[in-house]
Write a protein that binds this ligand. Structure first.
Ligand code: ZN
Length: 221
């Protein structure tokens, strides 16, 4: 992996720190069912979020901060999130950034950032993963209540089902999966229906494992 180091002046506190950016790309192949990419980019996740060592501001690029979030960095809720021992330290950075996104009204993105935190947890023996996925679902629920989509609308139920299954909340996952399969007025897109039926079989097998889009039975040669 190519790493690029550069000094960044924090948009929150004005102090400088060295930040590392990965410089890698390439083909990533089929993603996990929750969209986590494969290939080189999968392993760069610890570099997706910068953290100012002086004030704790976390963002993909800490050189700027949304003015509505400026006060949040010093608040107890934010600082407590940075030191929440239920999660790996890097996951805390994603979850802290999610608080910033929520503050500025970007609930869908706050959910995605929480899911990225869960991926970090997955890479640390799953420590805190269910809590992080629960936060993602809560942000997404609030996004929908505010009229905001968090994905292509037909894909949203399948994503929620996958998070619930990975959390081990099999009953909720099954209810959501059945609703998505049976509830709509419009016929489901074939890929979405395949995806949901695959999830249903995993739920019935009480399987919390990671699967990729290419694991779908309909996509096997
Ligand atoms: Zn700072």
């Amino acid at each position: 992996m190519n790493l690029v180091r550069r000094a960044v002046v924090c948009g929150s506190c004005g102090q400088s720190s060295e930040q590392i950016q990965p410089n890698s790309g390439g083909e990533s192949g089929a993603p996990d069912l929750d969209t986590r990419p494969h290939g080189p980019v999968r392993s760069t996740i610890s570099f997706w979020m910068q953290r100012c060592p002086h004030c704790g501001y976390c963002a993909a690029d800490i050189s700027a901060i949304h003015e509505q979030a400026a006060d949040l960095i010093g608040e107890e809720e934010y600082q407590n999130q940075l030191t929440d021992l239920r999660f790996p330290a890097k996951a805390c950075e994603f979850l802290a950034h999610a608080l910033i996104l929520e503050r500025v009204g970007q609930r869908a993105d706050a959910g995605w950032t929480s899911l990225h935190a869960a991926w970090v947890c997955d890479d640390h023996d799953g420590q805190g993963q269910a809590l992080a996925r629960g936060k993602a679902l809560e942000y997404w629920r609030n996004a929908k209540l505010a009229g905001e989509d968090f994905a292509e609308p037909e894909l949203e139920p399948a994503l929620a089902v996958d998070l619930l299954r990975r959390m081990g909340r099999f009953e909720d996952a099954l209810i959501n999966c059945n609703q998505a399969l049976d509830g709509g007025e419009e016929p489901l897109e074939p890929l979405i229906e395949h995806l949901l039926r695959f999830e249903k079989s995993l739920i019935q097998g009480r399987d919390t494992g990671t699967y990729r889009l290419c694991d779908l039975p309909a996509f096997q040669a």
